[in-house]
Design a protein around this ligand. Structure first.
Ligand SMILES: [Mg+2]
Length: 306
């Protein structure tokens, strides 16, 4: 890592009692004495695939690089603890210098770190003639709570989502709040059975959960919460707002199952501090079915990474 960047980060990174040795040595050392589990996730995002650096403030890119990882920790019911950040920087960025770009990426990341008490433990940077790529690896822990797994859905469960779906390309894919607090509450209070985050589209991600749990879902399509952005996109996309909500990627909301009793409480009492909507039920069998049109089978569609 460039000395100027290390110095800048040393001045701006918060310390944490969990971080025994941080930036400046050959490796970071974290205290993990009070934890039995280490939940690890990593995600790589790059220019021209996940964002267009020429058209967006690099701070939003940096924020997204961390937020997608926090969303995956949340999906497991884990609380974030630390992250390491690898930057592959373009030698000639669209604006400013390479160092300025790196600094702005971190400026986008750090407020989110603070918000979720996640310390940057270290990382690496390199520059090359190609486009920007950012890899973040995040570490977390479920503590005493059992992890939320995709495989824990059961027939009789109710299917729920947080927030509203679709149209994230309009801006939500940069600015979303990872559902860490909501997922921790679900995990710690034992309110959810299975859970995952929606990254590739509701139906595609739901099909993955169903496969892991070997169950089927009946989805109440009119109940699916459609975002205003999905409605706006539908004005010119040739798709309906609902189609956007079912298939658009990068909502980063939680998709989870719960007992009918827990689901009723979650949907009506605002227990999570975020809107929660019942969108279906789980039954024995396989596939995804729509009940409002007489049991039509829905084909999972969404964004498949190449
Ligand atoms: Mg995920």
């Amino acid at each position: 890592m460039e000395p100027e960047l290390i110095q800048h980060l040393r001045n701006s990174l918060a310390s944490s009692p969990r971080l025994r040795i941080g930036l400046g040595d050959d490796a970071a050392i974290l205290h993990w004495h009070d934890r039995e589990d280490l939940v690890v996730t990593t995600d790589l995002i790059s220019d021209e695939i996940d964002f267009l650096l020429a058209e967006v403030d690099p701070r939003r890119v940096g924020r997204k690089a961390l937020a997608v990882n926090l969303s995956d920790l949340a999906a497991m019911g884990a609380e974030p603890i630390a992250a390491v950040v690898s930057l592959l920087l373009p030698k000639r960025p669209p604006q400013g210098t390479t160092l300025e770009l790196a600094t702005k990426l971190y400026e986008g990341m750090l407020p989110l770190c603070e918000q979720f008490d996640c310390v940057v433990a270290g990382g690496d940077t390199n520059s090359w003639s190609g486009p920007l790529a950012i890899s973040v690896t995040a570490f977390g822990s479920c503590g005493a709570a059992p992890p939320l797994l995709r495989s824990a859905a059961k027939p009789g469960d109710v299917l729920l989502v947080t927030g509203q779906l679709g149209g994230s390309i309009v801006g939500h894919h940069f600015d979303f709040t990872p559902r860490v607090n909501e997922a921790r509450k679900l995990a710690v209070e034992g309110l959810a059975h299975a859970a995952m985050d929606i990254s590739d589209g509701l139906l595609l991600d739901l099909s993955r959960m169903l496969k892991e749990s070997a169950v089927s879902a009946v989805v109440d399509l009119p109940a699916v919460p459609v975002s205003p952005a999905a409605a706006k996109l539908a004005e010119s996309s040739g798709k309906t707002p609902l189609q956007h909500a079912l298939s658009d990627g990068e909502d980063f909301e939680l998709l989870f199952t719960a007992s009918p009793e827990a689901a009723a409480k979650l949907a009506s009492e605002g227990l999570l501090g975020t809107s929660v909507t019942v969108i279906g039920t789980l039954v024995a069998g396989e596939g995804i079915w729509a009940d409002h049109v007489g049991g039509k089978r829905l084909e999972p569609q969404g964004f498949l990474h190449q």
